[in-house]
Write a protein that binds this ligand. Structure first.
Ligand SMILES: [Mn+2]
Length: 349
């Protein structure tokens, strides 16, 4: 028996029953998908197709960044709402079961929030963020004390009928996607690593997953300009407040100068935490009418509370996200640095 303490067998039985009764199953995750969002969706889609024979599709609000596209299955449809809105919406209408992963609720699917909420499909949540929107779901797996949605899904799949807790029974692409999602969410085993996380990694390696190939895809295929942009932001763009908050602002101008693509600032926000006096790190990335905000904090400082109080967001205790809008939160986009200095004074006192 591999059951981990955070998983209730009764819930897994109910999930399995819902899968049995469904004919069209759709998996989904949050906007601007990261490795855990895409990895958990790809893994579950592979499982549902290969092991359960279900008509399966995945719907994501946005096209994933280039470095994550190796996770996309060959034959299972992955529909991106920004690229093919009609097909994505039709699929939601046709689905009789929706499983949302790596996402505290439908509000994090942005443009898909209302279509998902209005859908008559059964709805299941599998997630590891704080404060899940449980009222929208008939079945909720919510475990904040775990590395990733991919890890939570791993332990769920091992409890499914016929698996006998044996990871060798997972389809190979499913196993690889789970290890990929967990690897990115732990920042390659640097954060949010629990005993169960290392057990999962160990079991998947024993089952034959090629971790070196995954690392090559995730961390050794960057464009030169990405590294140069990261260097520029850490040099000219890094500010540290007297209260120990580091911040960087990737303006549109900087993004254009380096030709930065979606997802290419991934990981940057973690770097200032290596400085001794820095207790929290904030990265702002300029978009249309808003900055997207990433926050990371050291133990004892809650990035989650800061994101909720000042940046319209949330997530995990030490890793959160949000947004800063103008003219609502700040009058002009040029006021972002002054806002961050103010947040540092107010939040850290
Ligand atoms: Mn995650």
């Amino acid at each position: 028996m591999v059951m981990t303490a955070f998983l209730q067998p009764e819930l897994v039985r109910r999930l399995s029953g819902q899968i049995d009764r469904a004919s069209k199953v759709t998996v989904a995750a949050h906007a601007r998908p990261d490795g855990d969002a895409l990895g958990s969706c790809a893994a579950l889609a592979e499982y549902l197709t290969t092991c359960r024979g279900k008509d399966t599709a995945a719907i994501l609000p946005d096209t994933p960044p280039r470095n994550l596209r190796f996770l996309l299955p060959d034959v299972i449809p992955f529909l991106f709402h920004d690229a093919e809105p009609e097909n994505a919406l039709r699929r939601i209408r046709e689905s009789d079961l929706v499983i949302l992963l790596d996402c505290s609720g439908f509000s994090r699917t942005e443009g898909l929030e209302v279509p998902f909420r209005e859908s008559g499909a059964g709805k299941v949540l599998i997630d590891h963020h704080l404060n899940p929107e449980t009222e929208d779901f008939s079945l909720v797996f919510s475990t904040p004390g775990i590395s990733s949605a991919s890890e939570l899904l791993y332990w769920i799949l091992l409890e499914m009928p016929g698996m006998d807790g044996n990871p060798r029974r997972l389809p190979p692409r499913c196993a690889a996607a789970l290890l990929s999602g967990m690897t990115t969410d732990t920042n390659n085993f640097a954060n949010s690593v629990f005993p169960s996380t290392l057990r999962m990694a160990s079991q998947l390696l024993e089952a034959g997953v090629d971790r070196d190939a995954i690392l090559t895809e995730l961390y050794q295929r960057s464009r030169e300009n990405r590294v140069r942009a990261m260097g520029y932001l850490q040099n000219e763009g890094l500010h540290i407040t007297p209260e120990g908050v580091a911040y960087m602002i990737a303006t549109r101008e900087i993004q254009d100068r380096f030709g930065l693509e979606e997802g290419e600032t991934e990981g940057l926000v973690n770097i200032p935490l290596s400085i001794e006096q820095v207790r929290m790190s904030i990265l702002l990335k300029e978009g249309d009418g808003q900055y997207r905000v990433s926050l990371r904090s050291k133990k004892g400082i809650s990035a989650q509370r800061c994101a909720a109080a000042w940046f319209n967001g949330g997530g995990h205790e030490n890793a959160s996200g949000g947004k800063l809008l103008w003219p609502r939160d700040i009058a002009r986009k040029e006021d972002a640095a002054a806002y961050l200095e103010m947040v540092s004074k107010e939040f850290m006192k």
